[in-house]
Design a protein around this ligand. Structure first.
Ligand SMILES: [Zn+2]
Length: 306
């Protein structure tokens, strides 16, 4: 295991990207004019080489994104949370390859993965699961963002294959998990799988009940992802993970489900169950905001739903 980690670290190349446009420079000046305690500078955007022609985009605003370079086309996975960060990402990709950026895959519909969509050329091909497009159609109010909706090609079958030139990329759907439209992007020749928000490190996985996510579905999806011949698992909010890392998260999730199930079987209330985990019930969200429940509440509701 150690050998793999050392090898991976040796393969990592960081490319810090220069800020590009005048608008960005202006926004930076505005931020610098604020007192230090109000500045929330996102980390600089970097492209980390994971395998030949496969990069993880970190920093900037929003979740990690991915880049897969084929002989004829570049596929970007997820669109960052702001147009500014997505623009920096596109500028960065152009510095490492002359191949045109033609296709954007969205792993799911959360704003930190899709809101930067307007930075992409208006003729970009976009691929997402049908459920993801439906969620975006609901969430997008801005006309500039809505203009991209008709471009989204959806699929609702188990998988589709995309060839960006001399390599295969498989887009796999294993059912509801983090949301109801999560896609795993698998690059067999690099043994890399992009998991979107199906994997988290150092915290419980997030299951969006308001988007029909499901923790038991997440177990199934992680098992399916682990059945792929992949060695590196990339995700929205963590460092590159190993197979052992993903197995560890899966085990912890299943242990939590088992414990909640046993307590529900003993007739314990949600409050009692939460207390045994040292947790409290999530307070109601302010109007217009989503209430993000903790994993124990999600599991409890799944087990007790009529
Ligand atoms: Zn998410």
């Amino acid at each position: 295991m150690k050998g793999i980690k050392v090898l991976r670290v040796a393969m990592i190349v960081f490319l810090t990207l220069a800020f590009g446009t005048g608008a960005v420079a202006q926004q930076q000046q505005q931020r610098q004019a604020q007192p230090a305690q109000y500045r929330h500078e996102p980390a600089p955007l970097t492209l980390e080489k994971i395998a030949e022609g496969v990069y993880q985009v970190k920093g900037g605003s929003g979740a990690n994104a991915g880049v897969i370079i084929g002989r004829e086309e570049i596929m970007v996975i997820d669109a960052k949370m702001s147009e500014e960060s997505a623009q920096q990402m596109l500028t960065g990709i152009k510095k490492i390859s002359d191949v045109p950026i033609t296709v954007l895959v969205l792993t799911h519909s959360d704003g930190d993965h899709v809101n930067g969509i307007t930075a992409f050329p208006s003729d970009i091909k976009i691929i997402a699961h049908a459920e993801t497009k439906r969620d975006m159609d609901e969430a997008f109010k801005d006309e500039a963002q809505r203009a991209y909706l008709p471009r989204i090609k959806t699929f609702d079958t188990k998988s589709i294959e995309y060839d960006p030139g001399d390599r295969k990329v498989r887009l796999l759907y294993f059912g509801p998990a983090h949301t109801s439209g999560d896609i795993v992007v698998y690059v067999p020749d690099a043994k890399v799988a992009f998991l979107g928000d199906l994997y988290f490190a150092g915290r419980d996985p997030l299951v969006h009940r308001h988007k029909n996510g499901n923790s038991f579905g997440l177990v199934n999806v992680l098992q399916s992802a682990l059945a792929l011949d992949a060695e590196t698992f990339l995700s929205g909010h963590a460092e590159a993970a190993t197979r052992a890392d993903v197995e560890g998260m899966l085990r912890a999730l299943q242990e939590k489900q088992d414990k909640v199930k046993a307590m529900v079987g003993e007739g314990k209330s949600l409050a009692e169950i939460l207390e045994s985990f040292g947790l409290k019930e999530t307070p109601p969200a302010p109007p217009g905001r989503t209430r993000f429940m903790n994993l124990v509440e999600v599991i409890y509701l799944e087990l007790t739903a009529k």
